[in-house]
Design a protein around this ligand. Structure first.
Ligand code: SAM
Length: 349
């Protein structure tokens, strides 16, 4: 065997396997294995298969794969959750990602099977994945109560996980009122009220979302009220606020729509108002930060938007008079990697 033949391209092999590991995590989550093991453990494969109504041979293989991936612990007595499975994978874990995992399995997975068409055509693939063609991504989500609930649960889980980093990336204490545009379940809004007790926070989102927001009650540690207002941020008046927040909203849209939205915000901003963006940020050369680059493919398969670099966001903001743009990378592992603020004095207007 020659030297070059003996080298194993482990990175490539890991990538080839990545989808199997993702799917194992998704299926174990969907079957609520981590919930069962949080309630009672250790359990063996027969116990778990009986509880969830699956085959023993399939269940055992999935449990072993999850243990080998570091999601479960396996001992001669059976399987138990790791601490991180209790916190992030059980559906009632403190920072549960269950909602986002189910969304990944049921929604993103079918869309990604059409990545090849998305790349060839340069456009979203919702019609191929789900057999329907609507103009607007959010119409797709909100037509069915089940899909809407799933989407909101996904947004909630990520927003809750990342809210503290976003809320504390900059000192926002000078702002007395904030409006989280597209603020969905209010996860970030509740965190803001805790960190800035004097801040009055409003969540503004589409009527279908606001009607469902009471399904996502904040934990008891959030005592300050958040106001929910329904409307369309492209066409309706925006609530008055000192600070406007767009968290993972701009990445859903092409530049033309972003200009409409930023123009509206800039028109209602008074001197001293600010805007806080929370987005994944690509590096300027778009060659590192693979999580953000993969997320941009995620936007390709389902939206007309994309992830952007810090300079691109800076350029968009400056076109609407938001100067003094500061960018801070929070280093958060998933999705909200880089909030981005402008506490412009509006002197440019
Ligand atoms: N900000 C939340 C977060 O960080 O998790 C949710 C982000 S989600 C990707 C985009 C949000 O924008 C959804 O809640 C959606 O309903 C809302 N949205 C989309 N179009 C909207 C519109 N025209 N007016 C108001 N909200 C809108």
């Amino acid at each position: 065997v020659s030297d070059s033949a003996a080298k194993v391209p482990s990175k490539i092999l890991d990538l080839m396997d990545g989808f199997k590991a993702s799917k194992a995590l998704f299926v174990a989550s969907k079957l609520k294995m981590f919930d069962h093991l949080k309630k009672r453990s250790p359990l063996n494969a027969v116990d778990i298969a009986n509880e969830i109504g699956t085959s023993v041979c399939g269940t055992e293989r999935l449990l072993d794969a999850c243990a080998a991936l570091g999601l479960l612990e396996k001992t001669p007595q059976g399987y138990s959750n790791t601490d991180s499975a209790n916190t992030y994978l059980a559906s009632d874990g403190e920072y549960s990602l269950h909602g986002y995992i189910i969304h990944s399995n049921d929604h993103l997975w079918p869309l990604f099977t059409h990545l090849e068409s998305a790349v060839k055509e340069g456009s979203r693939q919702n019609h191929r994945a789900f057999g329907k063609k609507t103009e607007d991504l959010f119409n797709d989500y909100y037509q069915s109560q089940e899909v809407k609930q799933r989407f909101m649960a996904a947004m909630h889980s990520i927003a809750h996980l990342t809210a503290r980093d976003v809320a504390t990336a900059f000192d926002l204490s000078e702002f007395k009122t904030a409006c989280d545009l597209g603020g969905c379940t209010g996860a970030l809004a509740h965190e803001l009220t805790q960190i800035y007790p004097h801040m009055k926070v409003t969540v503004f989102d589409l009527p279908e979302v606001i009607a469902n927001s009471s399904c996502f009650q904040p934990s008891e540690r959030y005592t300050a009220p958040v106001t929910f207002v329904s409307g369309d941020f492209f066409t309706d008046d925006l609530p008055e606020a000192d600070l406007y927040i767009l968290s993972r909203v701009l990445h859903d849209w092409p530049d033309e729509k972003i200009h409409v939205l930023l123009n509206k915000i800039s028109t209602v901003c008074r001197p001293g108002c600010g805007i806080l963006l929370a987005e994944m940020i690509l590096d300027d050369e778009k060659k590192n930060r693979s999580t953000a680059l993969l997320q941009s493919l995620n936007m390709l398969v389902q939206t007309e938007g994309k992830e952007r670099s810090g300079s691109e966001y800076r350029g968009l903001l400056e076109e609407h008079g938001f100067s003094k743009v500061k960018i801070k990378l929070t280093g958060n592992f998933v999705l909200l990697a880089a909030p981005h603020i402008d506490i412009a004095e509006k002197s440019v207007f």
